[in-house]
Design a protein around this ligand. Sequence first.
Ligand SMILES: *Cc1c(COP(=O)(O)O)cnc(C)c1O
Length: 396
Amino acid sequence: MAEEKNAAIRRAEEVLYKTYNRFPVIFDHGDGVYLYDSEGKEYLDFGAGIAVMGLGYNDPEYNMDLKQQMDKLLHCSNLFYNRPAIDGGERLLKASGMEKVFFTNSGTEAVEGALKIAKRYAYNRDGHGGHEIIAMNHSFHGRSLGALSVTGNDHYQEPFAPLLPGVKFADFNDLESVKALISDKTCAVIMETIQGEGGIYPATEEFLKGVRTLCDEHDMVLILDEIQCGMGRSGSMFAWQEYGVRPDVMTVAKALGNGVPIGAFLACGKAAWAMKPGDHGTTYGGNPFVCAAADTVLRLFEERRILEHVKSMGDYLWEKLEGFSRSHDCVTGHRGKGLIQGLEFDRPVGDVVKKALLEEQLVLISAGANVIRFVPPLVITQEHVDEMMKKMEASV
Ligand SMILES: *Cc1c(COP(=O)(O)O)cnc(C)c1O
């Protein structure tokens, strides 16, 4: 068994382009909040495939809907209409209070579309291009060149320069630093409502409301990236809904399809009509198969009252992690909301994550060097949290 597995890993390293340092585990199947590897070992999953598997693995109703759609129609292109895109789109607008949706294949593509709306809006208004965008330090918006241009991380950006011109970086949760960058060329502010990869930092209410006001005063488009913190993870459907503000454009992906590749950008008000036929497109985006997944996910969220569950599980996880922080001097911070929480340590957490996986069979993921990020399937129970705490304790 071990030999077979090692041979498969060697083949993987020969075949797959090496942009990841992977852990030596081959996952074979999943059920609920557990993953099973090629040797049949069971792992408790607190990473959910990086905040993707909100409803967990192998959900019978979800699987049934996708199998039925697979037998009907997988793809037909955006030259025609398809029912799942209409149904899923309506549900997404209802859940978000936005007015228009465009389906993409990934998060980074949703960000590309959002940036294009902002540029197009300013172009329509001024009759020329050359506009600037304000983004945040320590942000993450994806790996394609536009999204990378607004990702405030030198390490990711440097080898690929020059990127999009006219992008300036402010400090997250520092309103004055945003104000200082505004010029008559600025067309948008883009930020995550809760910074994910950067270490789980929620926007303060003062900051988000302040940025909203600045965007109104200067006719800029506010883009909120909800790719990681959205889809119920914060305890609200979208994290900004707790702040009493609304973005002009929002991006979603990760948990939207519960495992099938789908993202979306949504717009309202002044941003909802900025792009015209011919301005944007995608071959796969919004096809019947992935939209059937999103439609089912949104339906099951409602039927199963997932948001209420996230709120109560989030409180329970918060209490447990607070207890852990108090009893461990190496923990220097605890942040987050609902089921997106982070524990910051006074040292890199790579070894803890590795030990948890290989010795305790607990999937944890880091966010930056020093933060363990807790983004489990939203359907976890108290017992799963207790089990995770024991395994983490043993790994630290
Ligand atoms: C993951 C992520 C992205 C990129 O999504 P991909 O599907 O990997 O392209 C963008 N923004 C945020 C906040 C993310 O967490």
